[in-house]
Design a protein around this ligand. Structure first.
Ligand code: COA
Length: 142
């Protein structure tokens, strides 16, 4: 696990306390999830595992995962406040999820990488599916 500069810590989400900070991160990155707060709240609440990075009382990062709690986990929405990127916060959030769903038990940790962040995921031991001669498929309205 990455050692963050104290007092930054990674902990599991407390939805009532953390939601304003979490939606603030989606807004800061202009992600459309922020346009429907109720739906975003449902998404966070129904995630299998969700974590925040906290600096004193300020939420500076968020990540969540959906899992069958047996074989597979899908990692989503890793967000670090724009002013606090490249401090190791994104790495610590992702590692918290990777440690919660270890590869020995969970054979697949999957995610969809936004453009420009492939290097971030490679640095966390993740590999493009094409490396294995596989193709990931997506059905989307985009
Ligand atoms: C992607 C994101 C979560 C990374 O968080 P971060 O806190 O800045 O990343 P870290 O400081 O933990 O970086 C970890 C490693 O990844 C590298 N890295 C970080 N961002 C990178 C990028 N965009 N491209 C390539 N490498 C990157 C860092 O250099 C570091 O490498 P090192 O350990 O060799 O020094 C953050 O930039 C972000 O919130 N982006 C906007 C939202 C987004 O696109 N999220 C991803 C959705 S798929």
């Amino acid at each position: 696990m990455t050692r963050l500069r104290p007092p930054i810590s990674i902990r599991e989400v407390d939805l009532d306390r953390d939601f304003p900070g979490i939606i603030g991160l989606y807004r800061a990155h202009e992600w459309s999830h922020a346009n429907d707060p109720q739906r975003l709240q449902t998404a966070v609440r129904c995630s299998s595992y969700a974590v925040v990075a906290v600096d004193e009382n300020e939420i500076v990062g968020f990540a969540r995962a959906m899992s069958d709690e047996a074989f597979a986990v899908y990692i989503a929405d890793i967000l670090v406040t724009p002013e606090r990127q490249r401090e190791g916060i994104g790495r610590a959030l992702t590692q918290a999820i990777q440690e919660r769903y270890p590869l020995e038990t969970y054979h697949h940790q999957v995610l969809i990488a936004e453009r420009g962040v492939e290097g971030f995921y490679r640095s966390l031991g993740m590999t493009p599916v094409s490396t294995f001669g596989l193709t990931a498929f997506i059905r989307t309205h985009r």
